[in-house]
Design a protein around this ligand. Sequence first.
Ligand SMILES: C[S@@+](CC[C@H](N)C(=O)[O-])C[C@H]1O[C@@H](n2cnc3c(N)ncnc32)[C@H](O)[C@@H]1O
Length: 290
Amino acid sequence: MTTISGTTLLTWCRERLAEGGTPASLAWLLDVGAGLARRRYHSLVLHPQAAIQLSRDLDELTHLWRRHLNQVPLQYLLGLCPWREFLLTVTPGVLIPRPETELLVDVATSLMEKGATGAGLWADLGTGSGCLALALAKAFPRRHGVAVDQDPAAVAVATRNLKFVAQRVQVLAGNWWEPLRPWWGHLTMVVSNPPYIPTPTLPQLDPVVRCHEPHPALDGGPDGLQSFRALLAGVSALAPGGWLVVEHGQGQAPALEPLFAAAGLTAIRRHQDLEGNDRFLAASAPHHWP
Ligand SMILES: C[S@@+](CC[C@H](N)C(=O)[O-])C[C@H]1O[C@@H](n2cnc3c(N)ncnc32)[C@H](O)[C@@H]1O
């Protein structure tokens, strides 16, 4: 813990912003990286005299800021990512959870709350950091779930993020539905945010993403839909009336809907992000597979 004057911190902030970056990122670094509440950061200009306590010293923060300006995501530099009400562990090699994915939780929980899914098991396929699984575990404290990823780094990070709910959530390594074999037919809610970026567009991604985030978590194959085809090939593992809720890329809904219908799913419904773009599809397994 280091104590400095508000004036010193204000000067430091101005020097760092003169090097580049945004005030929002700097506030993020000071909040998540040094324990300075946003409210305190914003009051620096009006009340610079007050003493400030930081959990990292300014030299260390300067070093992190400069690495951030060299395109390394702050989340990887700090090993932490705020997402919904959680502060998740993230490591390079595991996708940084995105704010829009928070909405996928809301779509899934509203379907679960309506009771349409009964009391069976939920699963998160391609769990990455375990963010979706953690949110479902928190929302449904009496239900059990399974989080699956094929990447050992993701399994390790998800296991860590889910340790407080380990009695109710199993983290398993493997290919999509395969590790869920013991529960086939009993899965009443399956969520997934699979890789969906078309391979040819990967080189156009922001360099921060392209150079630092794991490509197997992003690459959706030639048309971006490869993971959805693999997921849809396994939907007979859903319980009768069980739900599949996925996140997808912008503009993919018209191509995905026929694939969902061809897989035998019903009640296919689009859901939007905060900007009104179609980004999620929910669909239900029939009560009797044909
Ligand atoms: C877009 S990331 C989503 C991670 C996390 N659910 C989130 O929303 O932040 C996709 C995840 O799917 C995993 N994945 C890719 N192919 C897979 C497969 N065949 N089976 C299981 N997981 C897979 C990747 O390792 C990655 O963690």
